[in-house]
Design a protein around this ligand. Sequence first.
Ligand code: HEM
Length: 449
Amino acid sequence: MSRTHSPETAAPAAPAATPEGLSPLPNGLGWVVSSRSLTVRLLGDHRLGVLEPQPVMAHLVTKLPDELHPQVDEIAAFAERVMLQTGPARHQVLRRAFGGFFDADAIEALTPELRRGAEDTVRRFAASGGGEFMTAVAFPYAVRVGARLIGFTDDDYRRLHKLSQQVALVAYAARLDDPAEAVRAGHAALVRVREIVAAARAAAPPASVLGAWHAGTLDLSDEDIEANAVMLVQASLETVSGMLGNAAVRILGTPGALADAASRESLLDEALRAEPPLKTLERVVREPFQLDGHEFRSGQVISVRVADANRLDDDPVAGRALFSFGWGAYRCLGARLARHQARELFQALHHLAPDAAPADAEIERVRHIRFDMPRRLRVVCSPPAADGASLTRALTDALEEEDLDRPLTSLEREVTYVVLKENGVLVPEDLRGPTTIREWVTWALSEHG
Ligand code: HEM
């Protein structure tokens, strides 16, 4: 005899087991994702959204005196325009408008600048016999490329990086003892940010983001361009420096790899996969839904652990896809540029510092909630032998003088010392002999050639 249960007598359905690769955040706040298949499914699901600033700011104003509300509104209006913090409709418009700075043609046009930046940075590093890679190579090179792309000077880029972090801190102000003070500081930083961007706009090279804005060829409001130009500063510093540092550990630490373009490429991939510069991707559940019987509630946070999702296990999901540049609609616009930067940098190291190698067996890493990169990476290499043609070019460029036989002024002599030092040639203080570019190069070759 078959037995059927009426609804009343049926045992209550057991709660669905939590899917593999999903673990809870404390206090029902949300979920941590560590599997490839869940990463693909969740980051492609329209019921999840990026973290938008409005709810945080609306909560913050409840903790502030009335006179500070306009300042919070201004900060919120700025943050809402940032592409990575806007909902699907606005996001698409912004992404399309900025996409042209990152396509294959744009990167090809930027390549001579990337190469010059890489060679200048590495030449200085090699001339000193190496040094601390993160502060002497990775960060300065990331600054230089990011600044040229957007249209800032290196100094402006660095200043904006600091100031915009201060603006971003306002999002955490409600948790502080003195939220009003954090808002005042954040607002003052925003005012300064706007002044720097406005001044840089007029002087920016035509092919840069600010240059296109100045020429009127970017079809967006001034406020949209301003906010996203500043966002690009935030997006391109720690990420690129982290990638370069992580790749350097592998490439410089593997005998023979620096000299071989294919090894450099595969070690760069390995580094991006195992040590993603951005450790997590955050989303928020916009509307409740179920996945494999598991319930995601509105407002819950989803945090994808990128290194875990990158792991190539038996799960054949999305081929060998790498999640280090994100996935889905908000995937990194700068991924192609970043890889290109890495290629140019390691190519320059191969040419100018071929024996570069880590100085320490153990590499100290940063302890940071978001970033994964070396904290310090000491590298040693032999200073390059002086080469006549490149020394002559470096001096004629720096002195803006093609006549190799004109005696140099005392000021030009000072510039010559600096240029020679950058090329690995130290001039003794008591040296009196050379007076022209040709004589300086002859002397340098006899000493260091
Ligand atoms: C190795 C270097 C880089 C890494 C690891 C990286 C990583 C990422 C990741 C993971 C995202 C997605 C975040 C999310 O979905 O929540 C992202 C977005 C973005 N990145 Fe990158 N990034 C790098 C370099 C750059 C550079 C050099 C630029 C520009 C100069 C850039 C511009 C952007 C932009 C504009 C977005 C937002 C895209 C959108 O909202 O549609 N990134 N990046």
